[in-house]
Design a protein around this ligand. Sequence first.
Ligand code: HEM
Length: 120
Amino acid sequence: MTVYEAVGGEKTFTRLVDTFYAEVEKDPILRPLYPDDLGPPRRHLTLFLIQYFGGPRTYLAERGHPRLRARHMAFPIDQKVRDAWVRCMRAAVESLDLPAAARDEFMRYFEEAATFLINR
Ligand code: HEM
């Protein structure tokens, strides 16, 4: 079974990303980095995470290869920005009430991926 299936499929990722962007909207460090309309960012991140955790590969079809480091170069990500992003994502992950193993796996991935994207 994939992680995607184990955590409940598409609806879990939709809830995760909706909660994440609700946190971003309240965050004075992160909000200015995103476009006014958070609809497209919401869709991009949802499809990316679904694909990354073993679900349908719609992200690849719509957006091509993720190339996340290159795509984030335009956004100034220092330690403080990285920590703000992780804080928003932790709040979203914790809101899901996942089994501890799945929650820890999500957080380990998000913390490492966010560190990898530091570019300033
Ligand atoms: C470290 C702090 C981060 C900041 C400040 C940040 C910021 C942004 C911004 C401003 C965008 C453009 C909005 C959009 O078009 O979606 C974006 C896109 C994206 N981010 Fe991040 N991000 C961060 C970390 C991450 C991490 C850790 C992941 C993956 C786990 C991620 C995945 C994505 C994806 C998939 C996109 C859409 C790429 C595309 O298809 O164009 N981001 N990010």
